[in-house]
Design a protein. Structure first.
Length: 501
């Protein structure tokens, strides 16, 4: 099914400057010390709307939107009326523009809409400016905001129909020019909009809540993962594989029905395969990818320690402690405490323990969180809305930030969405020929850091290389130890003791 939307009108943009008064019920700035991590909570602004949402597919929705060299934070916010979900929630899409390091100006960049919900970013028209896309649940529509420069945006409706659009993603799934927007709605539709052809297609009629777009089977094409239910209707987690110019039939990540809300996908257990994460109230579920053209998954569940009921939880993933594996951030939209929990990955194999550490103990309404590099270090920071207040949790953990690669795959998630999907390098083999040690990878690496030691511990050689092969000549016969870390960001991704005769 396809609709051609070229005739959709471009609506005029009205920039409305929000009030940024700090509300009394919001927490003060403070240092938060966890078991292994520390954060500096910093208030940014409080739009006039009652609730601020950070519902995004991207692990780094923060980007330099206005081109001044500093990253900015897009988000949505809406008013909550007395009769809850049955009423209108008027609100706007905003950007917190970083005007100087650590200083922000929050500006509404959209027209007023009914229940603005998910938000994402990408360069839709190839002009190197970061554009914004958002869904408006009760308007039953999705909109792009084309970046015209100077904090000016042109708004255009790209899709309508269905019911209650929520989560969305921006990717180049067809490998052609321009980006595509994919979004789900509560009536069970997954839509795909092409910016270059102004056309909307229906991918499936099963996705209702949550959306992730990642390469599940390692074929360099982007696949879709979503939930068929929500916090009020039980469902399953499903996926479709991108096969050339079309999509496969629906496959199951899990056939167990629960009240899943929110979906993310990333490599959690450091095996080179993309895993799937969702939550049901206070419980986080991880489905570990077993591989294959149509992968199967092994389920593990983890408690956040929260007293939350089955309601609108969200998850996101990043390597917060710079140890090379994925940590999970869970948030809860309700009145239970805690409202934000970090589940720290302990690196156990094949299925790690995810140990809960409470980031925000207050009972705030936290609808989703984002992670990104806000300041000039490489440690992933956390961005969240507490009620109507936007906060940054600067990551001040005592780690060596030069070793951080918080979003994996060499930080590719930090680029705009029209990036091509490159094969993830893994180790294909290691051998010794004479006095030459040879490490072979399955795909080119953009940056290999290596160190060669004698068995006594004396450093023989260290350096950087790139490509699919690393060749090191040793000075003499003996026993050596080789450590190699390549562009996936893992600290000792490959290590080998070997003998040269």
């Amino acid at each position: 099914m396809m609709w051609i939307l070229a005739s959709l009108p471009t609506s005029p943009l009205t920039v409305v400057k929000p009030a940024v008064e700090r509300r009394a019920e919001l927490p003060p700035d403070s240092t938060i010390r966890l078991n292994t991590l520390t954060f500096s909570r910093t208030y940014v602004c409080a739009p006039r709307d009652d609730y601020l949402w950070m519902v995004t597919d991207r692990y780094d929705v923060v980007h330099d939107i206005d081109g001044n060299g500093l990253v900015d934070i897009p988000f949505t916010a809406a008013d909550y009326e007395s009769d809850g979900w049955s009423s209108s929630w008027p609100g706007y899409t905003y950007v917190a523009f970083q005007t100087s390091p650590g200083n922000f100006s929050c500006q509404a960049i959209s027209n007023r809409h009914d229940t603005p919900y998910g938000v994402s970013v990408g360069d839709f028209n190839g002009d190197s400016r970061i554009d914004v896309v958002f869904a408006t649940a009760r308007d039953n529509a999705a909109f792009t905001l084309r970046n015209d420069g100077g904090w000016s945006f042109t708004e255009q409706r790209i899709g309508s129909g269905g019911g209650f659009p929520n989560h969305l993603a921006v990717r180049n799934v067809d490998a052609g020019p321009g980006a595509e927007v994919l979004y789900t709605d509560e009536n069970g539709y997954l839509y795909q909009y092409s910016y270059t052809t102004s056309s909307l297609t229906t991918v499936n009629t099963s996705c209702a809540e949550g959306l992730a777009v990642e390469d599940l089977n390692g074929d360099s094409q982007q696949d879709v993962i979503c939930g068929t239910g929500n916090a009020y209707t039980s469902g399953r987690i499903i996926y479709q594989i991108r096969t050339g110019s079309s999509w496969s039939s629906i496959r199951y990540v899990t056939t167990t029905t629960r009240y899943y809300h929110g979906v993310k996908a990333a490599d959690i257990n450091d095996d080179g395969r993309v895993d799937v994460v969702s939550c049901v109230g206070p419980t986080v579920y991880v489905w570990y990818n077993n591989g294959g053209t149509y992968p199967t998954f092994t389920e593990r569940s983890y408690s956040t320690g929260s007293s939350a009921s089955v309601d609108a939880c969200e998850v996101t993933i990043a390597d917060l402690d710079c140890d090379g594996d994925g940590d999970v951030v869970w948030s809860y939209y309700g009145s239970s405490s805690p409202s934000i929990v970090i589940l720290v990955n302990d690196g156990s194999t094949p299925y790690p323990n995810l140990v809960p550490q409470t980031l925000e103990s207050g009972a705030y309404s936290v609808y989703g969180v984002a992670v990104g590099l806000i300041n000039d270090d490489r440690k992933a920071d956390i961005i969240a809305g507490l009620n109507n207040g936007l906060y940054i949790y600067y990551n001040t953990s005592p780690v060596i930030d030069s070793l951080c690669d918080p979003f994996g795959v060499g930080g590719d998630e930090l680029t705009v969405s029209e990036r091509t999907v490159e094969p993830i390098p893994t180790v294909a083999g290691f051998r010794v020929e004479g006095r030459t040690a040879i490490l072979e990878l399955t795909a080119p690496s953009k940056g290999m850091d290596y160190a060669l030691y004698e068995v006594s511990g004396r450093l023989v050689r260290k350096g950087k290389a790139e490509g699919k092969e690393l060749r090191l000549e040793v000075p003499r016969s003996g026993t050596y130890f080789l450590k190699v870390r390549y562009d996936r960001g893992h600290l000792d991704y490959f290590s080998k003791v070997f003998v040269v005769r």
